[in-house]
Design a protein around this ligand. Sequence first.
Ligand code: ADP
Ligand code: MG
Length: 255
Amino acid sequence: MNDVLPLHVRDLTVRFAGLTALDGIGFTVEPGTVHAVIGPNGAGKSTTFNVLSGVYRATSGTVHLGETELTGLPPHRIAALGVARTFQNLALPPRTTVADSLLLGRHRLTRAGFVAAGLRLPAAVREERAHRERVREIAEFVGIADQLDTATGALPYGAQKLAELARALCMEPKVLLLDEPVAGMTADERRRTAAVIAGVRDSLGISIVLVEHDMGVVMRLADEVTVLDFGKRIAGGPPATVQNDPAVIQAYLGA
Ligand code: ADP
Ligand code: MG
C-alpha cells in the first residue's frame, strides 16, 4: 500500500470579480474514505476541485496533504505530491493505446529519466518493464486489461472513463479527485465503476474526493458528504444524515 495521508481543507474562500464562488468551506478527507462534495449547479463543486488541483488560486484559506501545504502550488507540483484527478470530460489522447496512456501516467515516478530511456540503458529498460507490469495490474483492477492494446478513442464511453480512472491510479496517488466519474454511463457501467471506486478505497486506502450528480452513487459510496450551496457549506456528515437534512432538501428543490 501507498503511504496515505489525510487531506485538510480549511476556511477556503475563492472570489472571482464580484462573485464569491466558495465562502469559507472546510472538510477533512481521511485515508481510505470517500468524501463526496455535492450541491446544485453553481454551488462551487468544480471550483473546489480546481483549487485542490491547483488550477484556481484560493483567495484565502488553506489546503494541506498531511502536513504539507498545497495552497498556491502549481498543478504539476500538486500532482507530484500525490494528488491525482480525473476530468468530467474525457481527457486521454484518442489515438494512443490504453497501455501507452497509462504509462504516461507513470512519468512522475520514472527515475532513470528520458535520456536513459531513449538510449535503452539496462536500468531504464528494467524500469520500463516494471512500469508496464504495474500498468497491467492496474488495468486488471479496473477491469480494462483486455483493452490495453486498443486506442482509447475506440473504446466504449464507459471503458474510456475507466481508462481515465486507471491513468490517475497509475500515478500511485495519495489523494484521488473524481469529477463526475459515472456521468454519461449506462446503469451497468455505473455499477461497475462504483464497485471499482469502492475497491480503490478499500484496498489502496487512498483519500477520495468525489463530485457526482448521481445521488444513488453518492449515497452508496460516500463515507462523508459535504453539501454546498452558493459557495457555502450548508450541511455535512454521513450520507444518511445529509439526505434527510431540511436545508439540503430545500437547496435541491430550489427556494
Ligand atoms: P458547480 O461545479 O457546483 O456547478 P462552480 O464551482 O463551477 O459550480 O461555480 C461556482 C460559481 O463560481 C458559479 O457562480 C460560477 O459561475 C462561478 N465561477 C466558476 N469558475 C469561474 C471563473 N473562472 N470565473 C468567474 N466565475 C466562475
Ligand atoms: Mg461543476
